[in-house]
Write a protein that binds this ligand. Structure first.
Ligand code: ATP
Length: 138
């Protein structure tokens, strides 16, 4: 089967690098599947669980947003944060989600001093992590 190189880099390390069959991401303008020999492009990524098809199986990687550059032979993802499922602390993500939901409810109820943009972004990161663990449907 044809493959394409994938490298996912976070600010402090290379999180994942392999020859893969397909990558499915949530870009700023919608979901996108990237196969070998895809046309070159650069796009922003929103927080989500990326789906990697490799050796006939699917792997998930949580990303907190970033950019993706596609070249015919290589996909580069530069993520603000990225974690493989085995590196995700489920309890921490669940607590982060509960905190963010509470802040959003409080904001809607008129509580002042709540940064709604920050709360919504935090909720999306937590949802991405729990989805990568198979504990949440985004
Ligand atoms: P929290 O509210 O729990 O801090 P967050 O979404 O605000 O979550 P980030 O700012 O996205 O956290 O990440 C900060 C650092 O903590 C990054 O290095 C990230 O990989 C790590 N991190 C955050 N949440 C988790 C988690 N549930 N499991 C593993 N690592 C995590």
């Amino acid at each position: 089967m044809a493959t394409i190189k994938l490298e996912i880099v976070s600010p402090d390390k290379v999180v994942y690098a392999a020859d893969i069959e397909m990558l499915i991401v949530r870009a700023t303008d919608g979901e996108l599947g990237v196969l070998p020999h895809h046309a070159p492009l650069v796009t922003g990524l929103v927080p989500h669980a990326m789906r990697i098809k490799i050796d006939g199986e699917e792997k998930l990687v949580a990303v907190g947003g970033g950019f993706m550059e596609v070249q015919p032979e290589k996909i580069s993802v530069l993520a603000s944060v990225a974690e493989l499922p085995e590196d995700i602390d489920e309890e921490r993500a669940s607590q982060s989600m509960a905190r963010a939901k509470k802040r959003i409810e409080d904001y809607k109820a008129g509580v002042e001093d709540i940064n709604i943009i920050r709360a919504e972004a935090s909720l999306k990161r937590a949802a991405a992590r729990l989805t990568a663990l198979g504990k949440h449907i985004e």
